[in-house]
Design a protein. Structure first.
Length: 272
């Protein structure tokens, strides 16, 4: 699933190819995404207009056009790439075609993504309740500590809640909890401030590292044959159940928290 680093990498990959360019047409081959694509509205709003800005909020990409916004989510399996007419593949559902021949092409085999229009994205139902950006100034250990008081929910679910902080998916939550020595099932409200300070630093570190790793795949956004922008990571605990911890040689265990398998080291990670 595309996570925050992949979405950020997508943004950096497509931006130089579309920013400031004029849209000539929009082709929608499949409008049934997670929410129906408002085809005629999007065509009307985009045709002959310029892309004024490309930004990201959580895992949503936002293309600003005449002070209004196209909100794009990649869902479970979506991708955006810069393409040519003849390079059409199965599941390429939407093309935004530019006057200079550039095509921004949306592919989504499982169709869980979205392409929606908003006059004011900050008040859009998908965006209005989102918590702070983990790489922004309002995210900190103190913020996590203050937001978690009296909460009994497992800390892993707490940091994966997009109302608390956006973009911390299962992989990043697992890795950041390992790096900060906190057992994923610990009640969020019982974790001390110094531990949240460490956790916030580790969340930022792992997201930044993933974005850096993703930077090496930027060329894949242009005419590549592969799905662009998704990259292998150097994972220390996620997906390593049954293997030895790199720090202490204990066997990495797994526990179901909510609906998700959560890997942790029983020695390095403390329950609070
Ligand atoms: Zn260990």
């Amino acid at each position: 699933m595309p996570e925050l680093p992949e979405v950020e990498t997508t943004l950096r990959g497509i931006e130089p190819h579309i920013l400031g360019k004029i849209i000539s047409s929009v082709i929608v081959r499949q409008p049934s995404l997670r929410w129906p694509v408002p085809v005629s509205l999007i065509k009307k709003k985009l045709q002959n207009k310029k892309i004024d800005n490309v930004s990201r909020r959580g895992k949503y990409l936002i293309l600003t056009i005449s002070n209004e916004s196209l909100i794009i989510h990649l869902g479970m399996s979506g991708s955006l790439r810069i393409s040519q007419k003849e390079d059409l593949k199965k599941h390429d559902h939407i093309d935004i075609c530019f006057q200079d021949g550039t095509i921004l092409r949306y592919c989504d085999p499982r169709r869980f993504g979205c392409f929606l229009w908003s006059e004011d994205p900050d008040s859009h139902f998908l965006l209005k309740d989102l918590g702070p950006e983990p790489l922004g100034n309002s995210f900190s250990g103190e913020y996590l500590f203050n937001s978690s008081r009296k909460r009994k929910t497992p800390v892993k679910n707490f940091i994966m809640n997009s109302k608390i902080v956006v973009g911390v998916g299962n992989i990043y939550a697992s890795e950041a909890l390992y790096a900060s020595g906190i057992k994923p099932s610990s009640p969020a409200g019982r974790i001390p401030k110094r531990k949240y300070e460490k956790l916030a630093i580790e969340i930022v570190n792992i997201l930044r590292q993933s974005i850096r790793d993703g930077g090496t795949t930027l060329r894949d956004f242009v005419g590549g044959n592969n799905q662009p922008g998704y990259f292998k990571q150097n994972l220390k605990v996620y997906g390593r159940e049954g293997k030895e911890c790199h720090k202490c040689m204990s066997v990495i265990k797994s526990q179901r928290i909510g609906q998700r398998a959560s890997a942790f080291c029983p020695t390095c990670q403390t329950r609070f």
